[in-house]
Design a protein around this ligand. Structure first.
Ligand SMILES: Nc1ncnc2c1ncn2[C@@H]1O[C@H](COP(=O)(O)OP(=O)(O)OP(=O)(O)O)[C@@H](O)[C@H]1O
Length: 258
Protein backbone atom coordinates (compact mmCIF):
# COMPACT_ATOMS: atom_id res chain seq x y z
CA UNK A 1 0.00 0.00 0.00
CA UNK A 2 1.27 3.43 -0.88
CA UNK A 3 3.03 5.67 1.59
CA UNK A 4 2.43 9.21 0.42
CA UNK A 5 4.50 12.24 1.22
CA UNK A 6 2.23 15.23 1.59
CA UNK A 7 3.59 18.52 2.84
CA UNK A 8 6.32 16.67 4.67
CA UNK A 9 3.87 14.56 6.68
CA UNK A 10 4.03 10.82 6.07
CA UNK A 11 0.56 9.49 5.53
CA UNK A 12 -0.52 5.98 4.73
CA UNK A 13 -3.44 5.22 2.48
CA UNK A 14 -5.35 2.34 4.08
CA UNK A 15 -8.18 2.31 1.54
CA UNK A 16 -7.18 2.96 -2.04
CA UNK A 17 -10.00 3.26 -4.56
CA UNK A 18 -9.02 4.12 -8.11
CA UNK A 19 -11.44 4.44 -11.02
CA UNK A 20 -13.74 1.87 -9.45
CA UNK A 21 -16.92 1.11 -11.35
CA UNK A 22 -19.74 -1.20 -10.35
CA UNK A 23 -22.42 -2.51 -12.67
CA UNK A 24 -25.27 -4.63 -11.35
CA UNK A 25 -26.85 -7.12 -13.72
CA UNK A 26 -25.95 -7.49 -17.38
CA UNK A 27 -27.21 -6.88 -20.89
CA UNK A 28 -30.36 -4.78 -21.08
CA UNK A 29 -30.75 -5.10 -17.30
CA UNK A 30 -27.30 -3.65 -16.56
CA UNK A 31 -27.30 -0.81 -14.07
CA UNK A 32 -24.19 1.31 -13.62
CA UNK A 33 -24.14 2.16 -9.89
CA UNK A 34 -20.62 3.59 -9.62
CA UNK A 35 -18.64 5.24 -12.37
CA UNK A 36 -14.86 5.46 -11.98
CA UNK A 37 -14.81 6.48 -8.33
CA UNK A 38 -11.40 7.40 -6.93
CA UNK A 39 -10.85 7.95 -3.23
CA UNK A 40 -8.01 7.41 -0.77
CA UNK A 41 -8.56 7.17 2.95
CA UNK A 42 -5.49 7.75 5.10
CA UNK A 43 -4.74 5.94 8.34
CA UNK A 44 -6.61 7.56 11.19
CA UNK A 45 -8.84 9.62 8.95
CA UNK A 46 -12.57 10.06 9.40
CA UNK A 47 -14.12 10.34 5.94
CA UNK A 48 -17.85 10.89 5.38
CA UNK A 49 -19.54 9.90 2.14
CA UNK A 50 -22.51 11.97 1.15
CA UNK A 51 -24.80 11.90 -1.86
CA UNK A 52 -28.35 11.71 -3.10
CA UNK A 53 -30.38 8.58 -2.47
CA UNK A 54 -29.33 5.74 -4.77
CA UNK A 55 -26.00 7.29 -5.78
CA UNK A 56 -24.10 4.19 -4.69
CA UNK A 57 -22.85 4.99 -1.18
CA UNK A 58 -23.79 1.59 0.26
CA UNK A 59 -22.48 -0.09 -2.86
CA UNK A 60 -19.09 1.52 -2.32
CA UNK A 61 -19.00 0.38 1.32
CA UNK A 62 -19.90 -3.18 0.39
CA UNK A 63 -17.11 -3.20 -2.21
CA UNK A 64 -14.59 -1.95 0.36
CA UNK A 65 -15.88 -4.60 2.79
CA UNK A 66 -15.30 -7.24 0.12
CA UNK A 67 -18.98 -8.28 0.16
CA UNK A 68 -19.26 -7.68 -3.57
CA UNK A 69 -16.87 -7.49 -6.52
CA UNK A 70 -15.85 -4.40 -8.43
CA UNK A 71 -16.62 -4.30 -12.16
CA UNK A 72 -13.58 -2.21 -13.03
CA UNK A 73 -10.70 -0.23 -11.55
CA UNK A 74 -8.58 -0.93 -8.48
CA UNK A 75 -9.64 -1.33 -4.88
CA UNK A 76 -6.94 -2.09 -2.36
CA UNK A 77 -7.18 -2.29 1.41
CA UNK A 78 -3.79 -3.94 1.67
CA UNK A 79 -5.33 -7.01 3.30
CA UNK A 80 -6.43 -4.92 6.26
CA UNK A 81 -9.37 -6.02 8.35
CA UNK A 82 -12.57 -4.06 7.94
CA UNK A 83 -15.67 -4.07 10.13
CA UNK A 84 -19.12 -2.97 9.01
CA UNK A 85 -21.87 -1.33 11.00
CA UNK A 86 -25.38 -0.63 9.65
CA UNK A 87 -28.42 1.48 10.47
CA UNK A 88 -30.00 -1.58 12.08
CA UNK A 89 -27.96 -3.04 14.91
CA UNK A 90 -28.91 -6.59 13.75
CA UNK A 91 -28.11 -8.14 17.12
CA UNK A 92 -28.94 -11.77 17.80
CA UNK A 93 -32.03 -11.54 20.04
CA UNK A 94 -31.38 -14.86 21.80
CA UNK A 95 -27.90 -13.79 22.90
CA UNK A 96 -27.14 -11.42 25.75
CA UNK A 97 -25.42 -8.10 25.07
CA UNK A 98 -22.14 -9.71 26.09
CA UNK A 99 -22.87 -12.76 23.93
CA UNK A 100 -23.35 -10.54 20.89
CA UNK A 101 -20.02 -8.81 21.47
CA UNK A 102 -18.29 -12.11 22.17
CA UNK A 103 -19.27 -13.57 18.81
CA UNK A 104 -16.53 -11.92 16.74
CA UNK A 105 -14.05 -12.72 19.51
CA UNK A 106 -14.97 -16.38 19.17
CA UNK A 107 -14.50 -16.18 15.40
CA UNK A 108 -11.01 -14.82 16.04
CA UNK A 109 -10.25 -17.88 18.13
CA UNK A 110 -10.12 -16.05 21.46
CA UNK A 111 -10.57 -18.54 24.31
CA UNK A 112 -13.83 -19.04 26.19
CA UNK A 113 -12.52 -17.65 29.49
CA UNK A 114 -11.05 -14.56 27.86
CA UNK A 115 -14.10 -13.57 25.78
CA UNK A 116 -16.42 -12.21 28.53
CA UNK A 117 -13.53 -10.14 29.93
CA UNK A 118 -12.74 -8.60 26.56
CA UNK A 119 -16.48 -8.03 25.87
CA UNK A 120 -16.81 -6.28 29.26
CA UNK A 121 -13.92 -3.97 28.34
CA UNK A 122 -15.55 -3.12 25.02
CA UNK A 123 -18.91 -2.50 26.69
CA UNK A 124 -17.13 -0.07 29.02
CA UNK A 125 -15.74 1.72 25.94
CA UNK A 126 -19.28 2.28 24.63
CA UNK A 127 -20.50 3.10 28.16
CA UNK A 128 -22.69 0.04 28.58
CA UNK A 129 -20.72 -1.43 31.45
CA UNK A 130 -23.74 -2.55 33.45
CA UNK A 131 -25.67 -4.13 30.58
CA UNK A 132 -23.69 -7.25 29.71
CA UNK A 133 -26.45 -9.65 30.75
CA UNK A 134 -29.37 -7.80 29.17
CA UNK A 135 -31.04 -8.99 25.98
CA UNK A 136 -31.24 -6.69 22.95
CA UNK A 137 -35.02 -6.16 23.34
CA UNK A 138 -34.41 -4.66 26.79
CA UNK A 139 -32.33 -1.83 25.29
CA UNK A 140 -33.22 1.45 23.59
CA UNK A 141 -32.33 2.02 19.92
CA UNK A 142 -29.30 4.10 20.90
CA UNK A 143 -28.09 1.43 23.31
CA UNK A 144 -28.47 -1.24 20.64
CA UNK A 145 -26.29 0.83 18.32
CA UNK A 146 -23.72 1.08 21.11
CA UNK A 147 -23.71 -2.72 21.31
CA UNK A 148 -23.33 -2.89 17.52
CA UNK A 149 -20.38 -0.51 17.81
CA UNK A 150 -18.81 -2.65 20.55
CA UNK A 151 -19.31 -5.71 18.35
CA UNK A 152 -17.66 -3.91 15.42
CA UNK A 153 -14.74 -2.90 17.66
CA UNK A 154 -14.48 -6.54 18.80
CA UNK A 155 -13.48 -7.44 15.25
CA UNK A 156 -10.25 -5.59 15.92
CA UNK A 157 -10.41 -4.13 12.43
CA UNK A 158 -8.16 -1.46 10.96
CA UNK A 159 -11.03 0.22 9.15
CA UNK A 160 -14.54 0.79 10.42
CA UNK A 161 -17.18 1.12 7.69
CA UNK A 162 -20.40 2.69 8.92
CA UNK A 163 -23.56 2.81 6.79
CA UNK A 164 -25.91 5.41 8.27
CA UNK A 165 -25.37 3.95 11.74
CA UNK A 166 -27.36 6.67 13.51
CA UNK A 167 -29.98 7.25 10.80
CA UNK A 168 -32.83 5.72 12.80
CA UNK A 169 -32.10 7.52 16.07
CA UNK A 170 -33.64 10.68 17.49
CA UNK A 171 -31.57 13.86 17.28
CA UNK A 172 -30.51 13.91 20.94
CA UNK A 173 -29.38 10.27 21.00
CA UNK A 174 -27.55 10.82 17.72
CA UNK A 175 -25.81 13.87 19.14
CA UNK A 176 -24.56 11.87 22.13
CA UNK A 177 -23.39 9.03 19.91
CA UNK A 178 -21.48 11.51 17.73
CA UNK A 179 -19.51 12.52 20.82
CA UNK A 180 -18.94 8.89 21.77
CA UNK A 181 -17.87 7.84 18.30
CA UNK A 182 -15.46 10.76 18.05
CA UNK A 183 -13.93 9.83 21.41
CA UNK A 184 -13.57 6.15 20.45
CA UNK A 185 -12.16 7.04 17.01
CA UNK A 186 -9.48 9.13 18.70
CA UNK A 187 -8.70 6.76 21.56
CA UNK A 188 -8.46 3.70 19.32
CA UNK A 189 -6.80 5.41 16.32
CA UNK A 190 -9.50 4.11 14.03
CA UNK A 191 -9.90 4.83 10.35
CA UNK A 192 -13.56 5.46 9.57
CA UNK A 193 -15.52 5.58 6.32
CA UNK A 194 -18.99 6.80 7.26
CA UNK A 195 -22.02 6.99 4.96
CA UNK A 196 -24.77 9.44 5.77
CA UNK A 197 -27.63 11.41 4.22
CA UNK A 198 -27.26 14.04 6.87
CA UNK A 199 -25.01 16.91 5.78
CA UNK A 200 -24.65 18.35 9.27
CA UNK A 201 -23.72 14.96 10.66
CA UNK A 202 -21.03 14.64 7.97
CA UNK A 203 -19.56 18.06 8.84
CA UNK A 204 -19.85 17.35 12.59
CA UNK A 205 -17.79 14.16 12.26
CA UNK A 206 -15.62 14.20 9.17
CA UNK A 207 -12.06 15.27 8.47
CA UNK A 208 -13.30 15.15 4.90
CA UNK A 209 -16.73 15.04 3.32
CA UNK A 210 -16.75 13.36 -0.06
CA UNK A 211 -19.73 14.18 -2.23
CA UNK A 212 -20.95 11.65 -4.79
CA UNK A 213 -23.01 12.58 -7.84
CA UNK A 214 -26.45 11.14 -8.49
CA UNK A 215 -26.37 7.69 -10.06
CA UNK A 216 -24.03 6.62 -11.42
CA UNK A 217 -22.00 7.75 -8.43
CA UNK A 218 -18.83 9.71 -9.14
CA UNK A 219 -16.82 11.83 -6.73
CA UNK A 220 -17.77 15.42 -7.51
CA UNK A 221 -16.25 17.20 -4.55
CA UNK A 222 -13.96 16.44 -1.63
CA UNK A 223 -14.37 18.97 1.17
CA UNK A 224 -11.75 19.27 3.91
CA UNK A 225 -13.38 20.06 7.24
CA UNK A 226 -10.91 22.00 9.31
CA UNK A 227 -13.03 23.12 12.26
CA UNK A 228 -11.62 22.40 15.66
CA UNK A 229 -12.89 19.30 17.48
CA UNK A 230 -15.02 18.50 19.31
CA UNK A 231 -17.60 20.22 17.15
CA UNK A 232 -21.20 20.95 17.88
CA UNK A 233 -23.68 20.02 15.21
CA UNK A 234 -25.52 23.31 15.78
CA UNK A 235 -22.44 25.55 15.86
CA UNK A 236 -22.26 28.45 13.37
CA UNK A 237 -19.19 26.95 11.63
CA UNK A 238 -20.76 23.53 11.15
CA UNK A 239 -24.03 25.09 10.00
CA UNK A 240 -22.28 27.37 7.52
CA UNK A 241 -20.23 24.61 5.94
CA UNK A 242 -23.23 22.26 5.92
CA UNK A 243 -25.14 24.99 4.07
CA UNK A 244 -22.40 25.24 1.45
CA UNK A 245 -22.35 21.46 0.93
CA UNK A 246 -26.15 21.28 0.85
CA UNK A 247 -26.21 23.88 -1.94
CA UNK A 248 -23.72 21.79 -3.91
CA UNK A 249 -25.79 18.66 -3.32
CA UNK A 250 -29.02 20.40 -4.33
CA UNK A 251 -27.40 21.63 -7.54
CA UNK A 252 -26.31 18.08 -8.30
CA UNK A 253 -29.76 16.61 -7.62
CA UNK A 254 -31.38 19.35 -9.78
CA UNK A 255 -28.89 18.72 -12.59
CA UNK A 256 -29.78 15.06 -12.51
CA UNK A 257 -33.52 15.77 -12.51
CA UNK A 258 -33.27 17.88 -15.69
N1 LIG B 1 -27.65 -5.96 -5.21
C1 LIG B 1 -28.11 -5.09 -6.10
N2 LIG B 1 -28.60 -5.49 -7.29
C2 LIG B 1 -29.05 -4.61 -8.21
N3 LIG B 1 -29.03 -3.27 -8.03
C3 LIG B 1 -28.56 -2.81 -6.87
C4 LIG B 1 -28.08 -3.68 -5.84
N4 LIG B 1 -27.65 -2.92 -4.80
C5 LIG B 1 -27.88 -1.65 -5.15
N5 LIG B 1 -28.41 -1.56 -6.39
C6 LIG B 1 -28.73 -0.34 -7.14
O1 LIG B 1 -27.56 0.44 -7.21
C7 LIG B 1 -27.85 1.81 -7.01
C8 LIG B 1 -27.07 2.32 -5.82
O2 LIG B 1 -27.61 1.75 -4.62
P1 LIG B 1 -26.98 2.04 -3.18
O3 LIG B 1 -27.85 1.31 -2.19
O4 LIG B 1 -25.55 1.76 -3.21
O5 LIG B 1 -27.20 3.61 -3.07
P2 LIG B 1 -27.16 4.55 -1.78
O6 LIG B 1 -26.50 5.81 -2.22
O7 LIG B 1 -26.56 3.83 -0.64
O8 LIG B 1 -28.71 4.78 -1.53
P3 LIG B 1 -29.48 5.30 -0.22
O9 LIG B 1 -28.86 6.60 0.12
O10 LIG B 1 -30.90 5.45 -0.68
O11 LIG B 1 -29.30 4.26 0.83
C9 LIG B 1 -29.36 1.92 -6.82
O12 LIG B 1 -29.93 2.25 -8.07
C10 LIG B 1 -29.75 0.52 -6.39
O13 LIG B 1 -31.06 0.20 -6.82
Amino acid sequence: MSILETTGVRTESVVHIENVSKTYGSGSNALLALDRVSLDVQRGEFVCLLGASGCGKSTLLSLVAGLDRISGGTLDTGGRKVALMFQEAALFPWLSVSGNVELPLRLQGIGKAERPKRAAELLEVVRLGGFADKRPHELSGGMRQRVALARALAQNADVLLMDEPFGALDAMTRDILHDELERIWREQNLTVLFVTHNVREAVRLGDRVVLLSSRPGRVIEDFTIGHERPRRIDSPEVSAQAGEITDRLRAEVARHAN
